[in-house]
Design a protein around this ligand. Sequence first.
Ligand code: ATR
Length: 294
Amino acid sequence: MTDLFDFQAHANRFAVMGNPVEHSQSPRIHRLFARQFGIDMEYRRIQVDTGGFAQAVSHFAARGGAGLNITVPFKVEAWQLCRRPGNRLSARARHAQAVNTLRFDRKRALFGDNTDGIGMIRDLENNLGWGIAGRRVLVLGAGGAVRGVAGALLERRPDSLTIANRTAPKAQALAGRLSADGFGGNGIGVAGCGYQQLERTAFDLIINGTSASLGGGLPEMDAGCIGTHSVVYDMMYAGSPTVFMRWACANGAGQASDGLGMLVEQAAASFHLWHDRRPDTAPVISALRATLST
Ligand code: ATR
Protein backbone atom coordinates (compact mmCIF):
# COMPACT_ATOMS: atom_id res chain seq x y z
CA MET A 1 0.00 0.00 0.00
CA THR A 2 1.26 3.47 -0.75
CA ASP A 3 1.83 6.13 1.88
CA LEU A 4 -0.91 8.32 0.46
CA PHE A 5 -2.82 8.27 3.75
CA ASP A 6 -0.58 11.06 4.92
CA PHE A 7 -3.26 13.74 4.69
CA GLN A 8 -3.10 17.31 5.88
CA ALA A 9 -5.90 18.28 8.24
CA HIS A 10 -8.91 18.53 5.95
CA ALA A 11 -12.68 18.35 6.47
CA ASN A 12 -13.63 17.01 3.04
CA ARG A 13 -11.41 14.05 2.21
CA PHE A 14 -12.08 11.92 -0.81
CA ALA A 15 -10.04 9.50 -2.90
CA VAL A 16 -10.21 6.87 -5.59
CA MET A 17 -8.89 3.41 -4.71
CA GLY A 18 -7.80 0.91 -7.33
CA ASN A 19 -4.86 -0.90 -8.85
CA PRO A 20 -3.59 0.53 -11.10
CA VAL A 21 -4.89 3.98 -10.28
CA GLU A 22 -2.21 6.39 -11.45
CA HIS A 23 -4.05 7.26 -14.68
CA SER A 24 -7.43 7.79 -13.02
CA GLN A 25 -9.12 11.01 -14.14
CA SER A 26 -11.34 11.06 -11.04
CA PRO A 27 -9.26 13.60 -9.03
CA ARG A 28 -9.39 16.06 -11.91
CA ILE A 29 -13.11 15.54 -12.52
CA HIS A 30 -14.02 15.97 -8.85
CA ARG A 31 -11.85 19.07 -8.46
CA LEU A 32 -13.56 20.63 -11.49
CA PHE A 33 -16.98 19.81 -9.99
CA ALA A 34 -15.99 21.18 -6.56
CA ARG A 35 -14.83 24.42 -8.15
CA GLN A 36 -18.33 24.93 -9.61
CA PHE A 37 -19.70 25.21 -6.05
CA GLY A 38 -16.69 26.69 -4.25
CA ILE A 39 -16.36 23.46 -2.24
CA ASP A 40 -12.98 23.04 -0.57
CA MET A 41 -12.04 19.38 -0.73
CA GLU A 42 -9.15 17.02 -1.12
CA TYR A 43 -9.29 14.16 -3.62
CA ARG A 44 -6.41 11.71 -4.05
CA ARG A 45 -5.49 8.51 -5.82
CA ILE A 46 -4.72 5.58 -3.53
CA GLN A 47 -3.16 2.48 -5.03
CA VAL A 48 -4.11 -0.55 -2.97
CA ASP A 49 -2.37 -3.91 -3.04
CA THR A 50 -4.38 -7.07 -3.70
CA GLY A 51 -5.60 -8.38 -0.35
CA GLY A 52 -5.31 -4.98 1.31
CA PHE A 53 -8.60 -3.40 0.30
CA ALA A 54 -10.69 -3.74 3.50
CA GLN A 55 -7.80 -2.49 5.61
CA ALA A 56 -7.21 0.44 3.28
CA VAL A 57 -10.87 1.47 3.54
CA SER A 58 -10.91 1.37 7.36
CA HIS A 59 -7.60 3.23 7.48
CA PHE A 60 -9.04 5.92 5.24
CA ALA A 61 -12.17 6.17 7.41
CA ALA A 62 -10.06 6.40 10.58
CA ARG A 63 -8.24 9.37 9.04
CA GLY A 64 -11.56 11.19 8.59
CA GLY A 65 -12.27 10.20 4.99
CA ALA A 66 -15.72 11.20 3.77
CA GLY A 67 -16.04 9.16 0.57
CA LEU A 68 -14.28 6.92 -1.90
CA ASN A 69 -14.56 5.98 -5.53
CA ILE A 70 -13.67 2.36 -6.13
CA THR A 71 -12.24 1.17 -9.40
CA VAL A 72 -10.79 -2.02 -10.90
CA PRO A 73 -10.27 -4.56 -9.34
CA PHE A 74 -12.03 -3.76 -6.06
CA LYS A 75 -15.67 -3.08 -6.98
CA VAL A 76 -16.87 -6.55 -5.97
CA GLU A 77 -14.85 -6.48 -2.71
CA ALA A 78 -16.40 -3.09 -1.93
CA TRP A 79 -19.85 -4.61 -2.47
CA GLN A 80 -18.97 -7.49 -0.12
CA LEU A 81 -17.78 -5.01 2.52
CA CYS A 82 -21.09 -3.16 2.34
CA ARG A 83 -23.03 -6.39 2.86
CA ARG A 84 -21.53 -6.74 6.34
CA PRO A 85 -23.87 -5.95 9.26
CA GLY A 86 -24.06 -2.23 10.02
CA ASN A 87 -23.23 -1.20 6.46
CA ARG A 88 -25.76 -0.46 3.70
CA LEU A 89 -26.13 -0.80 -0.05
CA SER A 90 -28.27 1.10 -2.55
CA ALA A 91 -30.70 -1.02 -4.57
CA ARG A 92 -28.68 -0.44 -7.73
CA ALA A 93 -25.44 -1.58 -6.06
CA ARG A 94 -27.23 -4.65 -4.72
CA HIS A 95 -28.43 -5.54 -8.23
CA ALA A 96 -25.04 -4.83 -9.82
CA GLN A 97 -23.23 -6.82 -7.09
CA ALA A 98 -20.53 -4.17 -7.36
CA VAL A 99 -19.83 -0.80 -5.68
CA ASN A 100 -18.04 2.15 -7.27
CA THR A 101 -18.90 4.78 -4.63
CA LEU A 102 -18.57 4.60 -0.86
CA ARG A 103 -19.83 7.17 1.59
CA PHE A 104 -18.83 7.07 5.25
CA ASP A 105 -21.84 7.72 7.40
CA ARG A 106 -22.03 8.17 11.17
CA LYS A 107 -19.81 5.88 13.22
CA ARG A 108 -17.95 5.06 10.00
CA ALA A 109 -20.77 2.87 8.69
CA LEU A 110 -20.40 2.38 4.95
CA PHE A 111 -23.02 3.19 2.35
CA GLY A 112 -22.18 1.59 -0.99
CA ASP A 113 -23.65 2.76 -4.28
CA ASN A 114 -23.06 2.03 -7.95
CA THR A 115 -23.30 5.07 -10.24
CA ASP A 116 -21.91 3.39 -13.39
CA GLY A 117 -25.35 2.50 -14.75
CA ILE A 118 -26.95 5.90 -14.19
CA GLY A 119 -23.75 7.50 -15.57
CA MET A 120 -24.07 5.59 -18.81
CA ILE A 121 -27.82 6.24 -19.08
CA ARG A 122 -27.33 10.00 -18.60
CA ASP A 123 -24.62 10.05 -21.25
CA LEU A 124 -26.77 8.09 -23.72
CA GLU A 125 -30.01 9.96 -23.12
CA ASN A 126 -29.04 13.49 -22.07
CA ASN A 127 -25.68 14.07 -23.74
CA LEU A 128 -26.05 12.00 -26.91
CA GLY A 129 -29.85 12.16 -27.22
CA TRP A 130 -30.07 8.41 -27.85
CA GLY A 131 -33.34 6.89 -26.63
CA ILE A 132 -33.41 3.48 -24.95
CA ALA A 133 -37.14 2.96 -24.34
CA GLY A 134 -38.67 0.65 -26.94
CA ARG A 135 -35.30 -0.05 -28.63
CA ARG A 136 -33.62 -3.37 -29.33
CA VAL A 137 -30.45 -3.20 -27.29
CA LEU A 138 -27.40 -5.44 -27.67
CA VAL A 139 -24.70 -5.47 -24.99
CA LEU A 140 -21.37 -7.15 -25.66
CA GLY A 141 -19.61 -8.69 -22.66
CA ALA A 142 -20.84 -10.15 -19.39
CA GLY A 143 -18.15 -9.09 -16.91
CA GLY A 144 -18.14 -6.51 -14.13
CA ALA A 145 -18.57 -3.52 -16.46
CA VAL A 146 -21.75 -4.97 -17.97
CA ARG A 147 -23.12 -6.14 -14.60
CA GLY A 148 -22.81 -2.53 -13.42
CA VAL A 149 -25.04 -1.12 -16.16
CA ALA A 150 -27.49 -3.89 -17.16
CA GLY A 151 -30.09 -3.12 -14.48
CA ALA A 152 -30.07 0.59 -15.31
CA LEU A 153 -30.58 -0.20 -19.01
CA LEU A 154 -33.57 -2.42 -18.24
CA GLU A 155 -35.11 0.29 -16.06
CA ARG A 156 -35.34 2.44 -19.22
CA ARG A 157 -37.68 -0.18 -20.71
CA PRO A 158 -36.03 -1.22 -23.98
CA ASP A 159 -37.99 -3.52 -26.27
CA SER A 160 -35.36 -6.19 -25.60
CA LEU A 161 -31.91 -6.60 -24.08
CA THR A 162 -29.59 -9.18 -25.58
CA ILE A 163 -26.32 -9.88 -23.78
CA ALA A 164 -23.70 -11.58 -25.96
CA ASN A 165 -20.40 -12.83 -24.62
CA ARG A 166 -17.39 -14.84 -25.80
CA THR A 167 -18.15 -17.24 -22.94
CA ALA A 168 -21.85 -17.77 -23.64
CA PRO A 169 -22.81 -19.35 -20.26
CA LYS A 170 -21.75 -16.13 -18.49
CA ALA A 171 -24.14 -14.12 -20.66
CA GLN A 172 -26.93 -16.64 -20.08
CA ALA A 173 -26.33 -16.59 -16.32
CA LEU A 174 -26.42 -12.78 -16.21
CA ALA A 175 -29.62 -12.66 -18.30
CA GLY A 176 -31.16 -15.29 -16.01
CA ARG A 177 -30.25 -13.34 -12.88
CA LEU A 178 -31.64 -10.08 -14.30
CA SER A 179 -34.92 -11.84 -15.11
CA ALA A 180 -35.03 -13.41 -11.65
CA ASP A 181 -34.46 -9.95 -10.13
CA GLY A 182 -37.67 -8.86 -11.86
CA PHE A 183 -35.99 -6.70 -14.49
CA GLY A 184 -37.34 -8.72 -17.40
CA GLY A 185 -40.97 -7.90 -16.56
CA ASN A 186 -43.34 -5.74 -18.58
CA GLY A 187 -42.68 -7.68 -21.76
CA ILE A 188 -38.96 -6.82 -22.04
CA GLY A 189 -37.15 -9.75 -23.64
CA VAL A 190 -33.89 -10.48 -21.81
CA ALA A 191 -31.58 -13.07 -23.36
CA GLY A 192 -27.95 -14.15 -23.14
CA CYS A 193 -25.93 -15.93 -25.84
CA GLY A 194 -22.56 -16.34 -27.53
CA TYR A 195 -21.57 -14.18 -30.53
CA GLN A 196 -22.25 -17.02 -32.97
CA GLN A 197 -25.87 -17.32 -31.81
CA LEU A 198 -26.67 -13.62 -32.36
CA GLU A 199 -29.49 -12.90 -34.76
CA ARG A 200 -28.13 -11.25 -37.89
CA THR A 201 -30.64 -8.42 -37.79
CA ALA A 202 -29.65 -4.87 -36.95
CA PHE A 203 -29.96 -3.75 -33.34
CA ASP A 204 -30.91 -0.13 -32.51
CA LEU A 205 -28.30 0.37 -29.79
CA ILE A 206 -25.11 -1.67 -29.44
CA ILE A 207 -22.93 -1.24 -26.34
CA ASN A 208 -19.43 -2.67 -26.10
CA GLY A 209 -18.76 -3.57 -22.47
CA THR A 210 -15.92 -6.02 -23.16
CA SER A 211 -12.32 -5.33 -22.31
CA ALA A 212 -11.25 -6.62 -25.75
CA SER A 213 -10.22 -3.17 -26.95
CA LEU A 214 -7.66 -2.87 -24.13
CA GLY A 215 -5.57 -5.22 -26.25
CA GLY A 216 -6.70 -3.62 -29.52
CA GLY A 217 -9.12 -6.52 -30.18
CA LEU A 218 -12.76 -6.77 -31.17
CA PRO A 219 -15.53 -9.09 -30.01
CA GLU A 220 -16.03 -11.63 -32.80
CA MET A 221 -19.56 -10.61 -33.71
CA ASP A 222 -21.16 -10.60 -37.14
CA ALA A 223 -21.50 -7.17 -38.77
CA GLY A 224 -25.08 -8.15 -39.68
CA CYS A 225 -26.06 -6.89 -36.22
CA ILE A 226 -25.27 -3.36 -37.39
CA GLY A 227 -27.58 -1.29 -39.59
CA THR A 228 -27.57 2.33 -40.72
CA HIS A 229 -29.98 3.21 -37.90
CA SER A 230 -27.75 1.52 -35.27
CA VAL A 231 -26.03 3.71 -32.71
CA VAL A 232 -22.92 2.25 -31.13
CA TYR A 233 -21.44 3.01 -27.71
CA ASP A 234 -18.06 1.87 -26.41
CA MET A 235 -17.76 1.98 -22.62
CA MET A 236 -14.02 2.53 -23.12
CA TYR A 237 -12.71 5.97 -24.09
CA ALA A 238 -9.64 7.23 -25.88
CA GLY A 239 -8.17 10.30 -27.55
CA SER A 240 -9.38 9.09 -30.94
CA PRO A 241 -12.27 6.78 -31.91
CA THR A 242 -11.78 3.32 -30.39
CA VAL A 243 -11.13 0.28 -32.54
CA PHE A 244 -14.72 -0.85 -31.87
CA MET A 245 -16.19 2.51 -32.94
CA ARG A 246 -14.12 2.46 -36.13
CA TRP A 247 -15.14 -1.11 -36.94
CA ALA A 248 -18.84 -0.32 -36.34
CA CYS A 249 -18.77 2.81 -38.51
CA ALA A 250 -16.90 0.96 -41.28
CA ASN A 251 -19.77 -1.56 -41.18
CA GLY A 252 -22.49 1.05 -41.54
CA ALA A 253 -23.39 2.22 -38.01
CA GLY A 254 -25.21 5.57 -37.99
CA GLN A 255 -23.40 7.08 -35.02
CA ALA A 256 -20.76 6.02 -32.51
CA SER A 257 -19.51 7.37 -29.20
CA ASP A 258 -16.91 6.39 -26.65
CA GLY A 259 -17.51 6.30 -22.89
CA LEU A 260 -15.84 9.54 -21.78
CA GLY A 261 -19.25 11.06 -21.02
CA MET A 262 -20.13 8.03 -18.90
CA LEU A 263 -16.96 8.51 -16.86
CA VAL A 264 -17.90 12.11 -16.08
CA GLU A 265 -21.59 11.32 -15.47
CA GLN A 266 -20.85 8.49 -13.02
CA ALA A 267 -18.53 10.87 -11.19
CA ALA A 268 -21.29 13.51 -11.09
CA ALA A 269 -23.66 10.99 -9.50
CA SER A 270 -20.99 10.14 -6.88
CA PHE A 271 -20.45 13.85 -6.28
CA HIS A 272 -24.19 14.25 -5.70
CA LEU A 273 -24.18 11.40 -3.18
CA TRP A 274 -21.38 13.08 -1.21
CA HIS A 275 -22.20 16.78 -1.53
CA ASP A 276 -25.92 16.81 -2.39
CA ARG A 277 -25.19 19.05 -5.42
CA ARG A 278 -25.55 18.26 -9.12
CA PRO A 279 -22.56 19.53 -11.08
CA ASP A 280 -22.72 20.73 -14.66
CA THR A 281 -21.05 17.91 -16.57
CA ALA A 282 -20.80 19.49 -20.05
CA PRO A 283 -17.77 21.77 -19.37
CA VAL A 284 -15.98 18.92 -17.59
CA ILE A 285 -16.51 16.52 -20.50
CA SER A 286 -15.19 19.23 -22.86
CA ALA A 287 -12.14 19.86 -20.67
CA LEU A 288 -11.26 16.16 -20.54
CA ARG A 289 -11.87 15.71 -24.26
CA ALA A 290 -9.57 18.63 -25.03
CA THR A 291 -6.72 17.06 -23.02
CA LEU A 292 -7.30 13.58 -24.43
CA SER A 293 -7.16 14.80 -28.01
CA THR A 294 -3.84 16.61 -27.65
P1 ATR B 1 -14.69 -5.84 -16.65
O1 ATR B 1 -14.84 -5.54 -15.18
O2 ATR B 1 -13.92 -4.81 -17.43
O3 ATR B 1 -16.01 -6.15 -17.28
P2 ATR B 1 -14.13 -8.65 -16.64
O4 ATR B 1 -15.13 -8.88 -15.55
O5 ATR B 1 -12.84 -9.38 -16.61
O6 ATR B 1 -13.74 -7.12 -16.72
O7 ATR B 1 -14.88 -8.91 -18.03
C1 ATR B 1 -14.23 -8.71 -19.25
C2 ATR B 1 -15.25 -8.93 -20.38
O8 ATR B 1 -14.62 -8.68 -21.63
C3 ATR B 1 -15.80 -10.34 -20.44
O9 ATR B 1 -17.12 -10.31 -20.94
C4 ATR B 1 -14.84 -10.99 -21.44
O10 ATR B 1 -15.36 -12.12 -22.08
P3 ATR B 1 -15.25 -13.59 -21.37
O11 ATR B 1 -16.27 -13.60 -20.29
O12 ATR B 1 -15.52 -14.54 -22.46
O13 ATR B 1 -13.83 -13.67 -20.84
C5 ATR B 1 -14.69 -9.87 -22.42
N1 ATR B 1 -13.48 -9.97 -23.25
C6 ATR B 1 -12.19 -9.75 -22.88
N2 ATR B 1 -11.34 -9.90 -23.92
C7 ATR B 1 -12.13 -10.24 -24.99
C8 ATR B 1 -11.86 -10.51 -26.35
N3 ATR B 1 -10.61 -10.49 -26.85
N4 ATR B 1 -12.90 -10.80 -27.17
C9 ATR B 1 -14.17 -10.82 -26.69
N5 ATR B 1 -14.49 -10.56 -25.40
C10 ATR B 1 -13.48 -10.27 -24.56
